[in-house]
Write a protein that binds this ligand. Structure first.
Ligand code: DQA
Length: 150
């Protein structure tokens, strides 16, 4: 089973970017924790592979979703960053992939500015984890592995 973890714009700055909101874990810390968890949850008959990717560019994220869906990706964990609130194109890519997607936000977007309350992918993803910091990514991986149809 292969899970692609996609991080949108400015998430490359995690660790130093507004740590009071986003925490102190870096993207490398999150990747390491996900890879460790995937190893722990792997079985001989179902190895779990996690690949992480970050881009500041909308089209690059869409290319990645399309390539994954056309290739051997089984599910996505997606934090689109600011594109969450603006990107019809990303929403279309999620729908076109026809794969399960868990939307993750480090911060509790509902406790922040009102423009962050709207997600253009909320109704087309399998589920959402919001406000639990870096741990949200690990919960998302566990959820996908427990999903009945995977
Ligand atoms: C975010 C929330 C977004 O509103 C913001 O633009 C981000 C990060 C989060 O993980 O909390 O870049 O997706």
């Amino acid at each position: 089973m292969r899970v692609d973890v996609l991080h949108g714009p400015n998430l490359n700055l995690l660790g130093t970017r507004e740590p009071s909101i986003y925490g102190s874990a870096t993207l490398a810390d999150i990747e390491r924790a996900l890879v460790d968890l995937a190893r722990g949850l792997s079985t001989p008959t179902r190895p779990v592979n996690v690949t992480c990717y970050q881009s500041n560019h909308e089209g690059a994220l869409i290319d990645r979703i399309q390539a994954g869906a056309a290739g051997d990706v089984d599910a996505f964990i997606l934090n689109p960053g600011g594109y969450t609130h603006t990107s019809v194109a990303l929403r279309d890519a999620v729908i076109a992939s026809a794969l399960p997607v868990v939307e993750v936000h480090l911060s509790n977007v509902y406790a922040r500015e009102s423009f962050r309350h709207r997600s253009l992918i909320a109704d087309v993803v399998r589920g959402r984890i919001v406000g639990l910091g870096a741990h949200g990514y690990l919960l998302a991986l566990r959820a996908l592995l427990g999903a009945e149809n995977l």
